[in-house]
Write a protein that binds this ligand. Structure first.
Ligand code: UN1
Length: 458
C-alpha cells in the first residue's frame, strides 16, 4: 500500500525540476530551524542523549538540508571524448525510484535526514522505517515534513513513514523488488542479513554498520588535547554512536601518564551522569535494559580474558537512576586480540591498548579489527600524521588527525570499510548513490563508424 503510493508519487516527483525539489528541502530546513529546540528535546526524551546532543542532531538535519539545496543545482554529469568522429559521449544521472531507509535508535532523525534530503533532490521518494525504539521522534519529524509538503502541494507519497517492528516489516521490505535502493544503519549482523537479502535480487544497498574506532596517542601528541577530545569520543552519547571511540592505542612511554589523566577525567564525569534534559549533565542513560546487559557482559568478558577494569563499569541505582539504564562509563586495560575488544559493544566501555616503537605499530593495531569506520591519531609530527593518512595508514572510511573519532560534519562522505559495510552517506558525492548513471552517445554526423574500428558493411 505505502509502496504503491510511493511509486505513484515518484512518477510526479521525478518530473519536478531538481532546483524546485531543492526548494522543498530548503523549506524543510527552515521548518527544522523553527522546531530545533522542540525536536531536540524530544530526541533527548525518547533516546536519552543529552539535550546539547539532541540539538546537535537536529542541526545535522538542517545542515544536510542546506547541503542538498546547493546540490540540487549541481547534479552534474561529465562530457567525455568519443573515439568516433562527430560523436558526443556523456554521462547523466537520473532518479532511482523508491528508496528504503532503515535507521537506528542512536541517531533517530539525523540519519533519516542525510538520506532523505539527498534522495529528495535526486528525484527519489522514500519509505522510512525508523527503529521501533524511537517512534515518537519519527512521527514528529514526519509531521514537520508533511506540513511543508501540504503547503507546497507535493504528493504525500514522496516522504513515507512506516512504524513497525523489524519482525513485522523486515525481510519483506528488503526483498521487495520495487525498492531499488536500501539504506540501512545498524549492527554488522543486521547488515550481513540485509546485504544477503537485497543482494539476492541485485538491489543496491548503502550499509552503515558497526565500528570499532580507535584513537592513537603518540608521544609527540599534545596530550591534554588528546585526552579532552578522546573523552568526548568515549562517553559522548553514552557510548552509543557508530563513531564512539572504543579503543585508545597509547605509546608505552606515555602510557602511565595518559592512563592517569584519562581516569581523572572520568572521575569528573561521574557527578555529571543523569537526566539528559538537565543541562548540568553530560552523560544520559543507555537506550534500554538490553544495552545495559551488553555493557555488563563486556565488563565481565574483558576481565575474564585477562584485562583489568581501571574505572567504572557499574550500573547506577537510587534517586534519579530508577530506570536501571544509567551506567558509569568504563575504562579497561586490554589487548587488541581479546574477543571482546574485536567486537563492537554499543555502550560506554573503552579499552586502553599499548604500542611500542613507531607509529606503524600503532596503525597495525588500529587496523587489526574486522570493522573500519572511524579512526584518529593525535600527533604534532607531520611524518606520523601523514603516515597515518597514507595508503599504508588507517584502513577506515574516516581518519582524523588531532581530533577524535566521533562528531563528523555532514559535508564529508560518511561511512566505513570492511565489516562497517562500505556505504557512504551525507556529503561529498554521496548523492550519486541515490541516482542511476546513464552513459549517452550521440552521433551528429551522417556516417556510422563503429567503436573499436570494427568494419560491418552490408
Ligand atoms: C552514527 O552514530 O550512526 O560522526 C552517526 C558522528 C555523527 C554521526 C554518527 N555526526 O558521530
Amino acid at each position: 500500500m505505502v509502496i504503491k503510493k510511493a511509486q505513484a508519487a515518484f512518477k510526479e516527483w521525478r518530473l519536478v525540476p531538481a532546483p524546485i525539489r531543492g526548494e522543498i528541502v530548503r523549506q524543510i530546513g527552515l521548518a527544522l530551524r523553527d522546531k530545533k529546540e522542540a525536536l531536540g528535546a524530544l530526541v533527548t526524551l525518547e533516546m536519552g542523549k543529552i539535550y546539547q546532543e539532541g540539538l546537535g542532531e537536529v542541526q545535522e538535519m538542517i545542515d544536510i538540508c542546506d547541503f542538498a539545496v546547493g546540490q540540487s543545482r549541481l547534479i552534474n554529469g561529465v562530457n567525455l571524448q568519443s573515439e568516433r568522429p562527430e560523436h558526443r559521449l556523456s554521462e547523466q544521472y537520473h532518479p532511482l525510484g523508491v528508496v528504503g531507509i532503515v535507521t537506528s535508535y542512536n541517531f533517530p532523525v539525523a540519519v533519516l535526514a542525510w538520506n532523505t534530503a539527498l534522495a529528495a533532490i535526486a528525484g527519489d521518494v522514500v519509505v522510512w522505517k525508523p527503529s521501533s525504539k524511537t517512534p515518537l521522534t519519527a512521527l514528529a519529524t514526519q509531521k514537520i515534513i508533511k506540513d511543508v509538503l501540504i503547503a507546497n502541494k507535493v504528493p504525500e507519497g514522496v516522504f513515507n513513514l512506516v512504524v513497525a517492528k523489524s519482525s513485522v516489516m523486515g525481510d519483506n521490505f528488503l526483498a521487495d523488488n520495487r525498492i531499488p535502493l536500501l539504506s540501512v544503519t545498524g549492527s554488522t549482523a543486521v547488515g550481513k542479513r540485509v546485504g544477503g537479502i537485497v543482494g539476492k535480487r541485485l538491489g543496491k544497498t548503502i550499509l552503515e554498520l558497526g565500528g570499532n574506532n580507535a584513537v592513537i596517542i603518540s608521544p609527540k601528541a599534545d596530550i591534554q588535547m588528546a585526552i579532552m577530545s578522546t573523552v568526548f569520543g568515549t562517553v559522548g552519547t553514552a557510548g552509543q554512536r557508530c563513531t564512539t571511540t572504543r579503543r585508545v592505542i597509547i605509546h608505552e612511554d606515555i602510557y602511565e601518564e595518559v592512563k592517569t589523566k584519562f581516569v581523572s577525567a572520568y572521575e569528573k564525569i561521574v557527578p555529571k551522569i543523569g537526566n539528559p534534559l538537565n543541562e548540568d549533565y553530560l552523560v544520559g542513560p543507555l537506550i534500554d535494559n538490553g544495552s545495559v546487559e551488553l555493557f555488563k557482559n563486556a565488563v565481565e568478558s574483558v576481565e575474564k580474558e585477562g584485562g583489568k577494569i581501571l574505572f567504572g563499569g557499574e550500573v547506577l541505582n537510587g534517586e534519579g537512576y530508577e530506570s536501571g539504564n544509567y551506567v558509569v562509563p568504563c575504562i579497561a586495560e586490554a589487548e587488541n586480540h581479546f574477543e571482546i575488544v574485536q567486537e563492537e559493544t554499543f555502550a560506554p566501555i573503552v579499552y586502553l591498548l599499548k604500542y611500542k616503537g613507531d607509529i606503524t605499530n600503532a596503525i597495525e593495531i588500529q587496523n587489526d579489527v574486522p570493522q573500519g569506520l572511524s579512526s584518529a591519531c593525535f600527533t604534532l609530527d607531520v611524518r606520523e600524521a601523514e603516515t597515518f593518512l597514507s595508503l599504508a595508514g588507517s584502513d577506515c572510511g574516516i581518519a582524523n588527525v588531532n581530533l577524535g573519532t566521533s562528531g563528523a560534519e555532514i559535508g564529508g562522505a560518511f561511512g566505513g570499510e570492511k565489516d562497517t559495510g562500505g556505504g557512504r552517506e551525507s556529503g561529498s558525492d554521496a548523492w550519486k548513490i541515490y541516482m542511476r548513471r546513464q552513459t549517452n552517445t550521440i552521433n551528429y554526423g551522417a556516417e556510422l563508424p563503429l567503436a573499436q574500428g570494427i568494419k560491418f558493411d552490408i
